[in-house]
Design a protein around this ligand. Structure first.
Ligand code: SAH
Length: 351
């Protein structure tokens, strides 16, 4: 098994069966070796600095009906909100004064009729904070809309592919959503010059080790700048609300495999890791993750952006809690890196 890990570290690619072996090994010494090799590689690439992204949850209004997601359209127990431009800009101002240099606008998916409003917001953010990166995570849109937002000043886009297995995709999404379109969106985003992030929920209902292997093969081929991976966590008001949560352990193992496969990738230790287990976020960092995305949303809307049950959004998950976060990172010898944290694979950051 060690030989497989060494080859992944050196060649950045394995055969499908070898990924499977790494995901399923029950030998703790082999698993530890995988994790420690990924950690060392991350430290060689990025030192012990962790990049921060300030997450602004723009809206929980969504036209989609993903079967796992708490803000799906059919969930009528959600109290719906959309932040005003002023609220978003106030969040950025607070974040900027704390030291954030990346803002992530995330939200449910709107129709294209609201694209101009978002473009205006992006332009204003670009104008007021020219030294900051603007990341969007607003779901699937037309190529024209992605181009509009890119021209307005957005730098990065997060769109998890959720699964590369078409059959599994159709079990997790309503029939009107298409696996092919999601992958098409990712190709468009790359063509338009965004730094692109994609990924999956680990331990999603009906997911198999085989489908995770397919995801790894896709990611290694697509070479995203950022990789978003978190454990699935059920939301009680969704059709998949009775399925068990995914595991921090398997998610950390995937961070490690993907760190070794894509040494330059920006990999957040996600909120779902922190929500599922205390110390979950640190385990992600120790397995090769190098980004944390604290919540910068207005405090009174955070509970309404419940993608899953018991989602963490205060304390060290909160932008206002960065001092606590810094203390938590210090317990494992890491610190906050306050720079913009662009992908090192870009020769010229896109200022
Ligand atoms: N609507 C946008 C962004 C918001 S959802 C989009 O679809 O891209 C952001 C991510 O949250 C999703 O990609 C999904 O992987 C994750 N998510 C949603 N529901 C979840 C759940 N129940 N458990 C864990 N992660 C979840």
């Amino acid at each position: 098994m060690r030989a497989i890990v060494d080859r992944l570290r050196e060649k950045h690619e394995l055969a499908a069966e070898e990924y499977r072996a790494l995901l399923t090994t029950r030998n703790p010494r082999d698993a530890d070796y995988l994790i420690s090799q990924a950690r060392e590689l991350a430290q060689r690439q990025f030192g012990k600095g962790i990049f921060l992204r300030g997450l602004i949850e723009l809206t929980n209004v969504c036209r989609n009906d993903c079967l796992y997601c708490g803000i799906r359209r059919s969930n009528c127990n959600v109290s719906r909100y959309t932040l005003s431009s002023k609220q978003v800009l106030d969040c950025c101002e607070t974040g900027y004064s704390i030291g954030f240099r990346t803002f992530v606008l995330q939200g449910g998916e709107w129709g294209e009729d609201r694209s101009d409003w978002i473009a205006g917001l992006i332009s204003e953010m670009r104008h007021r904070w020219p030294d900051c990166a603007i990341t969007l995570s607003l779901g699937e849109h037309s190529r024209e809309t992605y181009a509009l937002w890119r021209d307005a000043g957005a730098d990065r886009y997060l769109l998890r592919h959720e699964t590369h297995n078409r059959q599994l995709y159709s079990l997790l999404h309503p029939s009107v959503m298409s696996h092919a379109h999601r992958l098409q969106c990712l190709d468009w985003l790359k063509e338009l010059g965004y730094q692109v992030g994609t990924g999956i929920m680990v331990g999603a209902p009906f997911q198999t080790i085989g489908s995770i292997v397919e995801d790894i093969v896709y990611l290694v081929d697509f070479k995203p700048h950022m990789i978003g991976l978190g454990p699935f966590i059920p939301h009680h008001d969704t059709p998949l609300g009775r399925f068990p949560a995914g595991s921090v352990e398997l998610t950390a193992r995937l961070y490690a495999i993907l760190r070794l496969a894509l040494p330059q990738a920006l990999i957040p230790s996600t909120t779902a890791m922190a929500s599922l287990a205390s110390g979950g976020r640190l385990r992600g960092i120790l397995a090769g993750a190098n980004v944390v995305m604290p919540n910068l949303s207005p405090a009174d809307t955070r509970q309404d952006y419940a993608l899953y049950d018991n989602k963490a959004s205060y304390g060290t998950e909160s932008a206002q809690g960065v001092r606590l976060l810094a203390e938590e990172l210090a317990t494992i010898g890491y610190h906050i890196d306050w720079s913009r944290g662009d992908s090192p694979s870009l020769s010229r950051p896109n200022l």
